[in-house]
Design a protein around this ligand. Sequence first.
Ligand code: FAD
Length: 425
Amino acid sequence: MAQQIVIVGGGAAGMLAAYRAAQLGADVLLLEKKSRLGTKILISGGGKCNVTHAGSMEEIRAKFRPNEARFLKPSFYRSTNEAFVKMLTDKGMETYTRADGRIFPVPPFDAKDVVAVLEAHLRDVGVRVRLDAAVSGVAVTDGAVHSVTLVSGEVIETRHLIVATGGSSFPATGTTGDGWRWMESLGHTLVPLRAALAPLYLDPVPPAEWSGVALRDCVLRARTANPDGTSGKERMRWRGDLLWTHKGVSGPVALGVSREVAEAIPSDSIVEADFLPDEPFEKLSERLLTHTKAHPRRAVSDFVEAEPAVPNRLVRPLFDSANVDIATKGAYLGAKERNRLANALKGWHLGRVRHVPLERGEVVAGGVSLDDVDPQTMRSKKTKGLYLCGEILDIAGPVGGYNLQAAWSTGYVAGETAAKDLVSI
Ligand SMILES: Cc1cc2nc3c(=O)[nH]c(=O)nc-3n(C[C@H](O)[C@H](O)[C@H](O)COP(=O)(O)OP(=O)(O)OC[C@H]3O[C@@H](n4cnc5c(N)ncnc54)[C@H](O)[C@@H]3O)c2cc1C
């Protein structure tokens, strides 16, 4: 007997699709490859899970690229951030909004509890969940969905299939790009996959002792790399925290510029950090001059060490990169040296980006072309009875709860449409 609705992928989008379809009375079978649901949700926001973002859905939508924002409009209005937060609070979880607008569960609630709440909702509406149920293929007859085959060889028939297999970063969470292969074989266009929200691996590799050093509230700029090693036109900038790793840089600012850097490949990018983004170069240079006049016998390094924005471990490297002797006394700091020092603080050259690792990204940009899916319903335009939602689609928002919201909303709409199609077909 054919199953009413089969959903492949028990992540954010798949769970919301299952919930909504079953809430509307459909019989829903949710197939998940891993031994538990929501494995990627568990690692999201460092385990704290930034579930969504505050503000109007219009504001949230505006954070996506224009074609993505257009596509997301109907589902964002159908399934909002407030509605998702209510799903959590209805089950006793409290949430709070950070100053930057990101919404998290109030500790001790965390990502585990988000998954537990969603599981409770699935139980309430009678979704049947099969874990360790990896799907290996989708069969279509006469342009309409016919069945899915499990890795075990079992065939499950259905006329309504929701594919929510996510992307391909952090493959240990179950996301290995399976859905993309099936969709391509069914004639969907795949927009080339690229890293997004990923760390940057740099050349030269930062010294080991910088690993773990953080800059708070800096601006990271990615620029084109000129053949002579200097930096050219700005590609992207992002403001926030930066963290050195043993291979390069990470943290919100690195993630924020990563999509543009990855898209520019094979053209090289150089990244530079502005330690003092609120202070124009001229003002900083003037402040430095005032300091050296006031303290002619003191080492200029005192000035840099006193800057809260500059970690102690980076003071000497900053002087080295500005080609200024760290022992220079105020009275001996010439105008050229002063400007070089101010330049280093306003745009410290961190290196050339050697690699943007797709598998380490919070999301993958690219995927099933938005032209192949109806944004009102999440129905595939290529295959009857097929619905797509979540990261399998060519959508990649910035850090801040935007990507989970896109998964919740598109999942909800896919489930709703599939359930309604059961009645109308
Ligand atoms: C480290 C990290 C931190 C993140 N933090 C945040 C955050 O704080 N806020 C935010 O908004 N976003 C965050 N994201 C992004 C967010 O997790 C994703 O955008 C979101 O999970 C995508 O939802 P999805 O349902 O499309 O895919 P997923 O949640 O990845 O779910 C896909 C599911 O499909 C299953 N699956 C795949 N193939 C098969 C198959 N063949 N058969 C059966 N099942 C299959 C997988 O096992 C997986 O469970 C983070 C991502 C990462 C990697």
